[in-house]
Design a protein around this ligand. Structure first.
Ligand SMILES: [Cu+2]
Length: 124
């Protein structure tokens, strides 16, 4: 357990470290970036009647897919088995979840509780 003085000294040391590094972070790293904000898209996938619709979406790297549950009372999730079972939280009616895909590839997914519900995201 820290005494009051020791803890205070640790906090001050931490603050000194943070104030040393923050200006560098704020100044940026000098790497020019193209303005991608204007071109990034969000594509919606509706979940209804135990189906992802559309079941397959084709997007560009940097785009976002947003899944919206439009069921009356059933909850679903979005699960990527190939990525250590990466899964959204359970989506209740009218809730949504989104994921931005930065790497090109083919991402197959399914619903966690309903294995038969499948979808595909192709990132170009
Ligand atoms: Cu489901």
């Amino acid at each position: 357990m820290f005494t009051g003085g020791k803890l205070l000294r640790r906090v001050l040391a931490l603050l000194a470290l943070v104030s040393f590094y923050v200006p560098g972070v704020l100044a940026g790293d000098g790497i020019p970036r193209r303005d991608v904000a204007a071109t990034q898209q969000t594509v919606e996938v509706t979940i209804r009647d135990y189906r992802f619709s559309p079941p397959e979406v084709r997007i560009k790297a940097g785009d976002t897919v947003k899944w919206i549950n439009r069921e009356k009372r059933t909850s679903h999730s979005v699960l990527f088995p190939a990525e250590n079972g990466l899964e959204s939280e359970r989506l209740f009616p009218d809730e949504h979840w989104q994921r931005t895909f930065t790497q090109p590839g083919t991402y197959s997914y399914r619903c966690g509780p309903h294995e038969e519900m499948k979808g595909l995201v192709v990132v170009e």
